[in-house]
Design a protein around this ligand. Sequence first.
Ligand SMILES: [Cu+2]
Length: 177
Amino acid sequence: MRLFIIAIFALACATTAVAIDSFQKIPRQRPDNMNTSATWISPAFSVAYFTDESVVPLNKIHTWTLFVTSKDGSPVEDAEISISGDMPEHLHGMTTEPRVSRGAGLGQYLVEGMNFHMPGWWEITLDISHGRSRNLVIFNLLIGEGDGMKDHNHMQQHMNMNTNEKWLSKRSQWQGF
Ligand SMILES: [Cu+2]
């Protein structure tokens, strides 16, 4: 009986978290022919990303390097770039807030604090402004798939994540920080 109550409680937490995060949003189905290219060409920019890992990792904080060029191939310096990541099927974002800074010139930008805490489809949106041009560049990622990881249980992971977050906030209240 006690286990059952805990399960109901966890389910309620997960549902609440999804509801808050998904305010005025609608889940999207994964498209059949998803473009998962690491290079994207927008009306004003061509953008490519590289990571410091051989495969974009699941549940690990890591760094991206962006290469931004204009349509004629020249490096775009001093662009303003913001980045966000979402799981369109689940209506939630990242647990980190990645920071974008200037890289080593030649249109390079460093993105620190990338972390994909769940396997599945992630959509990374870059909002790039430079001069009078502003474009959104969207990368699709399939995290943790292809190595026998397809049969994960999303709800279970949402519950675990939720429980962890609740526990961490409780602990910080107890410890006064
Ligand atoms: Cu998710």
